[in-house]
Design a protein around this ligand. Structure first.
Ligand code: CFN
Length: 482
C-alpha cells in the first residue's frame, strides 16, 4: 500500500509549486509530512529567519519579553521604552488576567511608554527614562518595581539603559530592571522570551524570600500566563494534590514570587518554549529539579498529575488519587455531553510555541483529530516533542505563511481551524469554523478541569453553529469546489 506520507507530500509539493523555485526550496525544509519516529528526512527546520516577501505570523523580541514574560507580572510597572506605537498597539491584546486594584497594586493592564520624539532619538533618551521612572514612583507608590522593555531604537541609538536603571534603582529604592529586548533581535518573539528570562536571572532571581518558611511541598508554577484564567484553573489542581505554590510565572504573578522561586523544591513548567531557560538556570544555580506537564484535557491532566505526584510522598499521592477520582466524574459528564457532537471532527492548528502540541490530547479526548499543526517560532526540541504525538502523514508547518495555511485548509477541508486573530476572518469567509487559540477567542480558561468544560463547549459552539448552513461562500456561488 502507498505510505500515508506520500499523499501529504504530494499536497505539500502542489502548494509549494506556486512559489518561485528558490522560495519553494526554502519553504520545503519547513513543511513536512509527520513521521512519528522523527526520522531525519521528516525533520522540520525551525527557528530561522522568515523569508522576506512571504507573510509571516510571527512577533518580535519585544513582543516576547514585554508581552509574554514581563507584562503579566502585576505589581511591576512595565515601561514600553521608545516610540509610542509598540506599547500602544500591543496594549491589552494578550488576555493575561491579574487580580488586584488596578493602578494601585496591579498594573498589568496599563500602557506606560516613554513616547520617544525626534529629540530623544537624536540626543538620547536616557534622561527621559529617568524622568518617567520618577513619575511612576510618584503616581504609583505601591508599585514594587519597574521593568524597562526596549523597543528597536534603544539598541540602535546606543542608550545606556543599564546605567539609568542602576541610578533609578538606587534613587527610588526599588528594582528598575533594564531589558534589552529590542524587536530586531533574533527571528521571532522566541529570543525575547530568552532575553526576558535572562533579565529575571540577573536582576530578580534569588533576591527575595528572606522570611520564607519552607515546606516539603513547595513548588513553582512556571510558564502559565493566566490567559482567560488558565493559571487559576491549573493552580486549583496542584492545590488539590496537596502542593503549595510559592510562585506563579508570570500570569497573576508578583516580583516577590519570582525573587523567591529559588526556594521551590520542584519547578513545574507548562510553557516549555518560553521559560525552559529559567528552569535550567535554577537547576544549575540551586539544584532545583524541573519537569514539564500538560493540563489540557483529561488524559494529559491525569497523566501529568500522577507524574508530578511520583516526585513526592504517599500523602501527596493519596490526595492526587482522590482528586483524580473526583475529576473523573466531571470529565465523564463533559465528554458525555460533547463527544457525540464532536466525534470524528478534524482540526488544523497554527499557534505559537506550545499549544500546537499541548492541545492535541484535549481534542482527542473529545473524539477529534488533529490533521495539521504548526508553530510560529518553535525550536527543534519542540518538534521532537511533537512527532510522536501525531499519526504518520499529518502535515507539519513551521512559521507558515498565510498562503500556505489557506491552501492546506482548501486541500484538507478541516472541520475546525485554530489560529490567531489575523487568520480568523479569512477562515470564516472560507466557511470554516474557527477558534482563536491565543486569546481563547475571549473565552477561557482552557487549562485544568474547569478549562476542559469551557474548551469542549467552545469547540462545539464553533463547529455546530447553525450559521454555517446559512452561509454562501464565493465558490459555492461560482461552483468552484475546493
Ligand atoms: S500564552 Fe503562551 S503558551 S507563552 Fe507563548 S509559547 Fe505566545 S502569546 Mo500567543 S498563545 Fe502562544 Fe504559547 Fe507559551 Fe501565548 S502557543 S503565541 S509567545 N504563547
Amino acid at each position: 500500500p502507498t505510505p500515508p506520507r506520500a499523499e501529504t507530500e504530494a499536497m505539500i509539493a502542489e502548494v509549494l509549486s506556486h512559489y518561485p523555485a528558490k522560495a519553494a526550496k526554502f519553504r520545503a525544509k519547513h513543511i513536512k509530512a509527520n513521521d512519528p519516529e522523527g526520522s531525519k528526512e521528516c525533520e522540520v527546520k525551525s527557528n530561522i529567519k522568515s523569508r522576506p516577501g512571504v507573510m509571516t505570523i510571527r512577533g518580535c523580541a519585544y513582543a516576547g519579553s514585554k508581552g509574554v514574560v514581563w507584562g503579566p507580572v502585576k505589581d511591576l510597572v512595565t515601561i514600553s521604552h521608545g516610540p509610542v506605537g509598540c506599547g500602544q498597539y500591543s496594549w491589552a491584546t494578550r488576555r493575561n488576567y491579574a487580580r488586584g486594584p488596578w493602578g494601585v497594586t496591579n498594573f498589568a493592564a496599563m500602557q506606560v511608554t516613554t513616547d520617544f520624539q525626534e529629540k530623544d532619538i537624536v540626543f538620547g533618551g536616557d534622561p527621559k527614562l529617568a524622568q518617567v521612572c520618577d513619575e511612576i514612583n510618584e503616581l504609583f507608590p505601591l508599585a514594587k518595581g519597574i521593568s524597562v522593555q526596549s523597543e528597536c531604537p534603544i539598541g540602535l541609538i546606543g542608550d545606556d539603559i543599564e546605567a539609568t536603571a542602576r541610578a533609578a534603582t538606587k534613587k527610588l529604592g526599588k528594582p528598575v530592571i533594564p531589558v534589552r529586548c529590542e524587536g530586531f533581535r533574533g527571528v521571532s518573539q522566541s529570543l525575547g522570551h530568552h532575553i526576558a528570562n535572562d533579565a529575571v536571572r540577573d536582576h530578580v532571581l534569588g533576591t527575595g524570600g528572606a522570611n520564607h518558611v519552607s515546606t516539603p511541598y513547595d513548588v513553582a508554577l512556571i510558564g502559565d500566563y493566566n490567559i482567560g484564567g488558565d493559571v487559576w484553573a491549573s493552580r486549583r489542581i496542584l492545590e488539590d494534590m496537596g502542593l503549595r505554590i510559592i510562585a506563579q510565572w508570570s500570569g497573576d504573578g508578583t516580583i516577590n514570587e519570582m525573587a523567591s522561586t529559588h526556594l521551590s523544591k520542584l519547578n513545574l513548567i507548562h510553557c516549555y518554549r518560553s521559560m525552559n531557560y529559567i528552569c535550567t538556570t535554577m537547576e544549575e544555580r540551586y539544584g532545583t529539579p524541573w519537569m514539564e506537564f500538560n493540563f489540557f484535557g483529561p488524559s494529559k491532566i491525569v497523566k501529568s498529575m500522577r507524574a508530578i505526584a511520583e516526585k513526592f510522598d504517599e500523602t501527596i499521592q493519596a490526595k492526587t488519587e482522590a482528586a483524580i477520582a473526583r475529576y473523573e466524574k466531571q470529565f465523564e459528564e463533559i465528554i458525555k455531553a460533547f463527544r457525540p457532537r464532536l466525534e470524528g471532527k478534524r482540526v488544523m492548528l497554527a499557534v505559537g510555541g506550545l499549544r500546537p502540541r499541548h492541545t492535541i490530547g484535549a481534542y482527542e479526548d473529545l473524539g477529534m483529530e488533529v490533521i495539521g499543526t504548526g508553530y510560529e517560532f518553535a525550536h527543534k526540541d519542540d518538534y521532537t516533542r511533537t512527532y510522536g504525538m501525531l499519526k504518520e502523514g499529518v502535515v507539519l508547518y513551521d512559521d507558515p505563511t498565510a498562503f500556505e495555511i489557506e491552501e492546506f485548509a482548501k486541500h484538507l477541508k478541516p472541520d475546525l481551524m485554530g489560529a490567531g486573530v489575523k487568520e480568523k476572518y479569512v477562515f470564516h469567509k472560507m466557511g470554516i469554523p474557527f477558534r482563536q487559540m491565543h486569546s481563547w477567542d475571549y473565552s477561557g480558561p482552557y487549562h485544568g478541569v474547569d478549562g476542559f468544560a469551557v474548551f469542549a463547549r467552545d469547540m462545539d459552539m464553533a463547529i455546530n453553529s447553525p450559521t454555517w448552513d446559512l452561509m454562501e461562500t464565493p465558490w459555492s456561488k461560482s461552483g468552484e469546489v475546493f
